[in-house]
Design a binder for this molecule. Sequence first.
Ligand code: GRF
Length: 201
Amino acid sequence: MLMIGVLVSGRGSNLQAMIDAIEAGKLKAQVAVVISNVPGVMALERAKKHGIKAVVVNDREFSDKSSYEKEIIRALESNSVDLVCLAGYMKLISPEFVRHFKGRMMNIHPALLPAFPGLHVQKKALEHGVKYSGATVHFVDEGCDTGPIIIQAAVPVLDDDTEETLSARILEQEHKIYPEAIRLYAEGKLKIEGRRVKIGK
Ligand code: GRF
């Protein structure tokens, strides 16, 4: 059974989508631990509600990033995590942390990468005037939102969209493609070849 560790900082709707897929029998995996750098967030409540171990590793309580991340890695490894899923985790991952989980760490991003990496990307997509945006699940590499792309879903940008309405349309797709990407990983169907991720049958 694939053991997943989910890193969060807030709402946790993508975490919920993973839990729902697992409970519906669509994803053969187990969320071994949810780790938040922010105390008291909804993602932690969601985990607890489903009997999943929920841990806070508050980055503000550490004097440097390296000792903070060492604690996260310890929490992941002590829960036998195979795959790390970033789901609304708002901190940048150091190259050491990435290398530790190379090819075993995924992220979801609310834009069609490589367009609009970083933060506030739904607003940036609207401001730029793109006609389509969407969501991307990718493996994490040392850059910011630059890793090999696993799945993308496109959504139209409508004339009367606001940041909120576009975000909601994208989020609906996020909740589909993140569990799907994890399922493909769990079934050993993802093969990273340079920048490309090939999906086996
Ligand atoms: C999502 O839009 C995700 O793409 C981005 O942060 C947001 C997290 O939402 N990385 P949630 O916490 O999963 O509800």
